[in-house]
Ligand binder design. Sequence first.
Ligand code: FPP
Length: 250
Amino acid sequence: MENNAKTELPEKIPTHIAIIMDGNGRWALSRGLPRLAGHRAGTENLRRVIEACIEFGIRYLTIYAFSTENWGRPEEEVQGLMQILEDVINRELQELHDQGVQLHHIGRLDRLSPALREKVLHAIEYTKNNDRLILNVAFNYGGRDEIVCAIQRIIRDGIPAEAVTDELVSGYLFTAGVPDPDLIIRTSGELRGSNFLIWQGAYCEWYFTPTYWPDFDREQLLLALQEFSHRERRYGRISPVEDNIAQHAR
Ligand code: FPP
């Protein structure tokens, strides 16, 4: 693999990266192209970023491909995104499998056409024994919808109120069994969470870049990883250095 990167891979890398792949529309607009051309360019880029994640040893990648709110976009764009998902499975499944990628879906499959639903389920089954990179595709996904779904299932399962814990709720989410993301990246300069992994992202680090998603390349990912490696994650506590000073002052 060609390696033109100027930025080095840091020692401390996240186990789980999640990405809000934003800016496809503006990328297309700035080139006088239709929005769907931006989504297609974004899909090409996704392939490159998956390869980079494998190269860097990242274990989990979650991508926001279609939100529960995206149904409100023009019909042509909604259908175009459905088509892209189908094309990705048709064209890329074997290569993803050969690279050791295990595909997962998070969100609801029920509004997808039966044919597309079948394709997604087939891709999940086909790749289920791979473990190099776990790729969670958030498609018809919303963080609030996920929590509502979890609450409904907890109640249906007759779980008593006292038994409802952090861990139990996590186990009822679409991401059950997947560690929380360490780093969420949002491209295109927007500074919002947009209903993405709102439970799982409670203590994640956020990285925002003005780069539109189709241009977010390997080097840009390395910059995000570099920045992550310098962040101190305190999970609501104080830093170990400060803690040490405080203890000695007692
Ligand atoms: C946000 O950009 C992007 C999306 C809503 C779709 C993301 C989809 C892909 C990158 C294709 C990969 C898809 C699959 C199914 C694997 P935007 O359209 O909101 O951009 P804008 O804010 O510039 O208009």
